[in-house]
Design a protein around this ligand. Structure first.
Ligand SMILES: [Zn+2]
Ligand SMILES: [Zn+2]
Ligand SMILES: [Zn+2]
Length: 1007
């Protein structure tokens, strides 16, 4: 024993020591860490470290480069980052190339407004200058978004993102249009499409949103011009009318027909000297609505007299007169006619409404007013019966000079005037306000109309022409007509190699997460009309087609398109506007029909969804480190209609396959009450505000902790709870790191067999959580990952393992075997926690990693993001696990009794207690085996165990627990009570355990 002066007791306690601070100061520490990552080239290091490994490609859906990021975009990008980081840590080579959607209407509108502020108009600028202004605005927006995304800790090729407005991308987009031409899917035709009369452009399916809207609902009578005896002899000589119902009176001037179902029964009933025809089933409903028929003495309506019943097919091709215009209205039969029941399912309703806003199906007569220029079904049946696609409404939604009485009126303002006009004419039976879901423009929020204009379409049902056949055709110089309305709809004519058939086939080969995504997509595909890809705008990729000035023959050829695309590649698509037609076409190119060489350029541009849908080819296929198809697309649920859909079409055109193997969707971000967030509603959470106040890590943890398959709630209270969770995780890591000061994993680790059992138990629990977390990442179930790690940290570690090992870690001699055993476990736990948390808590996990002790002779990886997820060490010892579960069950009971004793002031701290246990049978045997450990497990100074008679105590599962004050005195060093305090003359204030520890320390910690 040393003869020197006794040690200062306080200094012999191993208090935790670590540079990993308790306070995170994320708002300050995150930017510093990001700077470090940039300087060390972390993203490039990660890619180098995975070079040659199997690839995993998450393909980024490009956010629109207009506004700042909002909570929804932040969520989307964070989820993607979690996918990429977790796959990287599974060992995959998972590059992340972010993209931006740069063309389109919102940017044009922004630039127009900006010009307006400067007192200028769009027409003051050349198209090229206007496009330059659009390009600059998009570039500025995407720069800001990039800064914000990087601030979220998202790693990727931020210096080299893909932009739909880059020369290369514009060229690829044009080439893909050429690919659709080549396959015979493209045609130009006048077909009804969504049209915004405010923005004066056609809209894509994905560009309309449904809101409640009040329309006038009207019942109108059309006089039958054909001989009524053709229907039924009983009608001979009568004044017969067909009754129609509509909620868009403004489409009545364009009425050219009335559709009935061939198999429904129709009835003719009397109203005074007139006879009305409606579906049999609806006679009562219509009569009551239109107040038709006599009343009895009680004032109840007497059902009108039906004089004939007949199938709808009997009305086929009869002729009516228009209700007030001097022209015929043809009666047609069609399967699309309904009796006005409620639509079956929400999604089906969506599909139906997506096709035709007038098909609301909640009222009606069973006879459908048909205006082929203003509705999808109307168009289809009108085409079949050879009707004109008549659309007397101009770009601004005003009636043209053809519409007598209403010339120049805007359609929505004309509605009430038409109703009054019909009333005056005596053709209106009834009108009322009618509330229904109606499509609105996503940009200006105004109701849209369906309007036929000459547009470019991609046919959903046309048969693919093999590219060889088409080239042959070209060489023969034969007339090509595939782009001039090769319209074919209806299921029976759908070709097995059409886009629709291909898409329906391909979605079965895709993994949809959640699984209902497949049905959602199937419904979208079944119902979607041909894709209108032309827009009457300038900020986009021009449709590379020419028209002969002499004979109007269009030039729409893949070879010419590729020639033009090569020019775009060098000069951007601006070349279309900067150059003359002749300078865009190959030299000396002549019209194949009339030999003329004077051309006019198409003025329409491609739908922006065609742009973004092209990304799989333009990016995945063209970038060296990526590959086609992608492993996963991950976007909000609105993209079934949007990007998933257009990407699928382009994948089919390019390779006859879906461009994705799996599609994940996430819900919307809503406020704490589950309501939609609005900038003006005061309930929106700004990601940049959260970052400034709490740090990006809190936002990331919120993304991870919520189930993203559903709508995700976010509010300051919810974020506060997330912050509390973060603090607990941080404290868990801090405890482990603090007790590893001076521990060299290579030199000081204890082998598994020599470890204390509770330390082995902790490692076994760690294995269980590793398995759970790996499975969670694998299945993209990040909230299970978070909750598994949170429970492991707060319950298994903080409340149990750390609580119990604290005494050993603090008071044993630093190099003592028992302490080294605990440290070995702590080291493995901290190392694993850093890795498991890394995809979620990118900043803090890296900070934990940095503060882990270095193993001598082994250079730790420069960042946790270079490391791999830990692996469980094989089979768990389930017998040990179940033993400890029983011990912890007893411990929980003991802690409750201790708490009662504390409240009763029998004891203060638990170390002042002695616990007397009495148990029988198996429980006694188990406890007896752990007798020497029990005082540490319960964190008391003494434990007595006695055998109870079988069936004795029934409370507390057969264990009787009594608490009394511990015997002896309090040890100054470890605060445990012992009757042996004072035995040592050198250290008279400490217990026998501490005497031994001090002895070990004084001997220079030999061994
Ligand atoms: Zn609009
Ligand atoms: Zn010509
Ligand atoms: Zn002691």
């Amino acid at each position: 024993m040393s003869t020197e002066t006794p040690l200062d007791l306080k200094k012999t306690v191993n208090l935790p020591k670590t540079a990993f601070s308790q306070k995170a100061n994320l708002a300050q520490s995150e930017p510093a860490r990001l700077k470090k990552w940039t300087e060390m080239g972390l993203y490039e290091m990660i890619l180098r470290s995975r070079a040659g490994s199997e690839k995993f490609i998450l393909h980024d859906g490009p956010p629109y480069a207009n506004a700042d990021i909002h909570i929804g975009t932040a969520l989307n990008k964070v989820l993607k980052d979690i996918v990429v980081k977790s796959r990287t840590m599974m060992g995959y080579d998972a590059p992340y190339v972010p993209g931006y959607d740069c063309h389109g209407l919102p940017i044009e509108q922004y630039v127009e407004k900006d010009l307006d502020k400067k007192g200028k108009k769009k027409s003051d600028l050349s198209v090229v200058s206007f496009r330059r202004a659009c390009r600059e605005h998009a570039a500025k927006s995407l720069k800001n978004q990039t800064r914000d995304f990087q601030r979220l800790g998202i790693l990727g090729e931020w210096n080299h993102p893909y932009l739909t407005m880059s020369n290369h991308y514009e060229a690829e987009t044009a080439r893909l249009f050429g690919r659709f031409l080549e396959r015979g899917y493209v045609y130009k035709g006048a077909r009804p499409v969504y049209w915004c009369i405010h923005d004066q452009t056609a809209l894509a399916e994905a560009e309309v949103e449904y809101h409640q809207h009040t329309s006038p609902s009207v019942y109108v009578k059309f006089p039958l011009a054909s001989d009524p005896a053709l229907i039924d002899e009983k009608l001979a000589g009568r004044k017969v009318f067909l009754l129609i119902w509509t909620t868009t009176p403004w489409t009545l001037p364009a009425n050219l027909g009335i559709a009935v179902h061939p198999d429904f029964e129709y009835a003719a009933f009397e109203n005074g000297d007139e006879v009305y025809i409606v579906a049999s089933e609806l006679v009562g409903a219509v009569a009551s609505k239109c107040d038709i028929g006599e009343r009895d003495e009680n004032g109840d309506r007497i059902a009108p007299t039906v004089i004939a019943r007949f199938p709808g097919s009997r009305l086929d091709r009869l002729e009516c007169r228009h209700a007030w215009i001097d022209r015929p209205s043809l009666v047609m039969v069609g399967e699309h006619v309904t009796l006005g029941g409620e639509a079956d399912a929400e999604t089906e309703l969506d599909v139906k409404e997506a096709r035709d806003p007038r098909t609301t199906g909640k009222a009606g007569t069973g006879l459908v007013h048909t205006a082929p220029g203003h509705g999808h079904d109307d168009f289809v049946i009108g085409k079949k019966y050879g009707l004109e696609i008549y659309c007397p409404v101009d770009n601004a939604g005003r009636f043209t000079s053809e519409v007598e009485h209403f010339v120049g009126e805007r359609v929505f303002e004309a509605n009430p005037k038409i109703v009054e006009f019909m009333r005056a004419q005596g053709v209106l039976l009834f009108s009322e306000d009618y509330e229904h879901r109606y499509p609105h423009c996503w940009r200006c929020k105004n109701p849209v109309i369906f309007r036929a204009t000459p547009q470019w379409f991609i046919s959903m049902d046309a048969s693919a022409t093999s590219s060889d056949a088409l080239i042959e055709k070209d060489e023969d110089g034969r007339d090509r007509s595939n782009f001039t309305d090769n319209f074919s709809e209806s299921d029976d004519t759908a070709s097995p190699d059409s886009l629709r058939a291909g898409a329906l086939r391909e979605i079965e080969n895709v993994e949809w997460i959640p699984a209902w995504g497949e049905d959602r997509m199937r419904n979208m595909l079944k119902g979607r009309p041909d894709w209108c890809v032309s827009r009457q705008r300038v900020w986009g990729v021009p449709i590379p087609v020419f028209y002969c000035n002499a004979c109007n023959e269009p030039v729409a050829e893949p070879a010419i398109v590729n020639h033009i695309a090569d020019i775009f590649e060098k000069e951007a698509a601006d070349a279309w506007y900067a150059r003359e037609a002749k300078e865009l076409l190959p030299e000396g190119y002549k019209c194949r029909k009339c030999d003329s060489a004077e051309w006019t350029k198409e003025t329409d541009i491609l739908d922006v969804w065609f742009d973004s849908g092209s990304s799989s080819v333009a990016v995945l296929e063209r970038r060296e480190n990526l590959r086609w198809p992608a492993d996963v697309y991950l976007e909000g649920g609105d993209q079934y209609r949007g990007w998933f859909n257009s990407s699928l079409m382009i994948g089919l055109a390019a390779h006859d396959r879906a461009p994705f193997k799996a599609v994940l969707t996430h819900g919307w971000v809503v406020d704490g009450q589950g309501k939609a967030m609005h900038k003006t509603g005061g309930n929106a959470v700004s990601p940049n505000d959260v970052i400034k106040e709490s740090g990006a890590e809190i936002l990331r943890l919120w993304c991870a902790s919520s189930d993203y398959h559903e709508d995700m709630r976010c509010s300051s209270e919810i974020l506060q709870r997330v912050s509390d969770g973060y603090r607990k995780l941080r404290n868990t890591a801090r405890f482990a790191l603090g007790n590893l000061d001076g521990f060299d994993p290579a030199r000081d680790s204890v082998s598994e067999e020599e470890m204390l059992e509770i330390d082995r138990w902790a490692l076994s629990e760690l294995d269980a959580v590793i398995e759970k977390v790996r499975a969670g990442y694998e299945a993209y179930e990040f909230h299970t990952v978070y909750h598994a790690l949170y429970n492991f940290s707060t319950v298994t570690l903080s409340a149990r393992y750390f609580d119990i090992t604290k005494d050993r870690l603090y008071t044993a001699a630093p190099k003592n075997h028992a302490r080294r055993s605990a440290q070995t476990a702590l080291y493995r736990i901290a190392d694993a926690l850093a890795r498991l948390l890394a995809p979620l808590m990118v900043f803090t996990a890296d900070e934990i990693w940095e503060n882990l002790p270095q193993a001598s002779g082994d250079e730790r990886l420069a960042s946790v993001h270079l490391a791999e997820l830990p692996q469980a060490r094989g089979e768990r010892d389930m017998e040990m696990a179940s033993r400890w579960e029983k011990i912890f069950a007893v411990r929980d009971m003991v802690l409750r009794v201790l708490e009662e004793a504390r409240i009763a002031k029998v004891i203060g701290s638990s170390l002042e207690a002695r616990v007397n246990l009495s148990a029988s049978g198996q429980t006694y045997n188990l406890l007896e085996n752990y007798l020497n450990d029990l005082r540490y497990i319960f964190i008391v100074s003494q434990v007595n165990l006695s055998r109870a008679e079988e069936g004795g105590a029934t409370e507390n599962s057969g264990v009787e627990i009594k608490v009394e004050r511990a015997a002896g005195e309090k040890c100054e060093r470890c605060w445990n009570y012992s009757e042996r305090v004072g035995e040592s003359s050198r250290y008279p204030t400490v217990c026998e355990r501490c005497v031994q520890a001090l002895d070990e320390i004084e001997r220079g910690e030999a061994g």
